[in-house]
Design a protein around this ligand. Structure first.
Ligand SMILES: Cc1cc2nc3c(=O)[nH]c(=O)nc-3n(C[C@H](O)[C@H](O)[C@H](O)COP(=O)(O)OP(=O)(O)OC[C@H]3O[C@@H](n4cnc5c(N)ncnc54)[C@H](O)[C@@H]3O)c2cc1C
Length: 427
């Protein structure tokens, strides 16, 4: 059996690594890696948004350790939220004592005397029901509206299960200034010493790997019991197919897709992203891992400090950050050219005191069309329609944008291993 793996992100490359059958990865870019690629400019290395390696799945952690070997830094999270000119430890509800007293009071009283009643049907209501008015209005709702680029009332409840609920004791302790930690599953994380997160993808590739780059799949045709996959020039034939590139692109490669399925794909909303690298000629950006910025007047929702993850990603005596900016066509930011966006990012970060514009020595921008699947209210229904259609065709979907699931690289690895095992059992 010959398996075609369409898309060479971490998922596609990992499926091939664990597959016993003959297989070929077809990747549109000049290099595999997808969202797990790392870029370098003038001695500054950076990922496509802050990538850290953590998992609740010990098999995945074991795999990452095995793949990276000595090339691994064990890091402790030092994430902050910038609120009202103060740095509050992440997650917000675990450090209310760092807020101005009035804000801390509003958050605590809102949490303790939560008068939300009624059914919880969207993310906004969930925030009020879970955290109370203060935390919801000061942090949770504005931050989420920035990252998702849509009102919290239009977001469903599909990803709330991944948000740990703080024990009441922690919230009260934190408001009194007693140290607490939340989101313990990601308090410690792994990160490659050398080469950024892409080194994990490189470690998955071995002598057995067969990857064709610069091959953008444009059409997929059923021929007999197999499939023909073409980029317009060359054709590859396979017995089984795995799609691991974005479903919005994949659907266009198939003829005769029912209208209902096309509409379901159109209904799956995704956010694009600009990742802006800012390198400075000082060591001022080394003491935190990331800063979350709910303030809507600042264009980026999160900045991550690459030198905190690995000192090999900055030049001696310098430091850097990457600013994540979610965009959608028509929002005014999506339309900015790289130069104007960089100027806006630097000016905003200077204004809120994260860096000084005069220290900037290097900038760069990467544009991601597919960054975040957005869990709108119709998300589950549309996703189910699309999954059913591909299952009926006998085609496997695997990966973040192929399955259209908000999963990180750890879960991509987990699903890639599971799929390879399933296919290995088929002759
Ligand atoms: C801002 C941000 C922060 C993140 N932070 C973390 C983190 O902290 N930790 C973590 O583990 N994960 C993180 N992730 C998630 C992680 O990057 C993804 O889950 C993972 O990289 C998805 O891999 P994939 O292979 O499924 O998809 P992708 O990486 O999207 O790969 C799809 C591949 O298909 C290719 N392709 C596209 N069209 C075609 C075509 N027509 N023909 C052939 N190939 C095509 C693309 O070039 C790409 O290489 C983050 C993601 C983002 C955007």
């Amino acid at each position: 059996m010959r398996v075609g793996i369409l898309g060479g992100g971490i998922t596609g490359v990992a499926i091939q690594r664990f597959l016993d059958h003959d297989s070929l990865v077809l990747e549109a870019s000049e290099k595999p890696g997808g969202l797990c690629r790392t870029f370098f400019k003038d001695g500054f290395g950076y990922d496509l948004g802050g990538h850290i390696l953590f998992s609740k799945n010990e098999r995945v952690n074991g795999l990452v350790d095995e793949l990276l070997g000595d090339n691994i830094n064990q890091c402790r999270r030092a994430n902050k939220i910038l609120f009202g000119g103060r740095y509050v430890k992440y997650p917000f509800e675990n450090d209310l004592g760092s807020l101005a007293p009035e804000d801390a009071y509003d958050c605590l009283i809102g949490y303790l005397r939560n008068d939300f009643s009624g059914e919880v049907t969207n993310l906004s209501e969930w925030a009020y029901a879970t955290f109370g008015k203060g935390i919801a209005e000061k942090y949770f709702v504005p931050y989420n509206e920035k990252i998702w680029n849509i009102s919290a009332e239009q977001l469903g409840l599909d990803f709330v299960e991944r948000i740990p609920k703080p024990p009441m004791e922690d919230v009260v302790r934190s408001a009194l200034g007693i140290e607490t930690e939340g989101y313990l599953h990601q308090l410690y994380f792994r990160y490659p010493k050398e080469g950024g997160v892409e080194s994990l993808v490189r470690a998955l590739i071995d002598q057995r790997s067969q990857i064709v780059c610069d091959f953008r799949v444009l059409s997929v045709k059923r021929v007999g019991k197999g499939w023909e996959v073409s980029n317009g020039d060359d054709v590859h034939r396979f017995d089984r197919l795995v799609v691991s590139f974005p479903i919005h692109e994949a659907i266009r490669c198939f003829a005769d897709v029912p209208e209902e399925v096309r509409q379901a794909v159109d209904g799956l909303r995704y956010n694009s992203m600009r990742v802006v690298l800012v390198g400075v000629g000082t060591e001022s950006l080394l003491d935190k891992s990331a800063v979350y910025i709910p303030d809507p007047s600042v264009v980026t929702h999160r900045v991550c400090f690459m030198g905190y993850f690995s000192d090999r990603l900055v030049r001696p005596g310098t430091s850097s950050l990457i600013a994540e900016v979610t965009t959608n066509p028509g929002d005014g930011v999506h339309e900015l050219n790289d130069e104007d966006l960089t100027a806006r990012v630097v000016a905003d970060l200077d204004r809120v005191g994260i860096l000084e514009a005069g220290d900037v020595i290097v900038t760069d921008v990467q544009r991601l069309t597919y960054a975040y699947p957005v869990y709108t209210l119709s998300y589950r229904k549309n996703q189910a329609t699309v999954h059913r259609y591909f299952a009926d065709q006998g085609i496997e979907l695997c990966g973040r944008f192929a399955e259209f699931d908000y999963i990180n690289s750890d879960e991509c690895l987990n699903r890639a291993m599971a799929l390879a095992e399933r296919l290995n059992a088929v002759n």
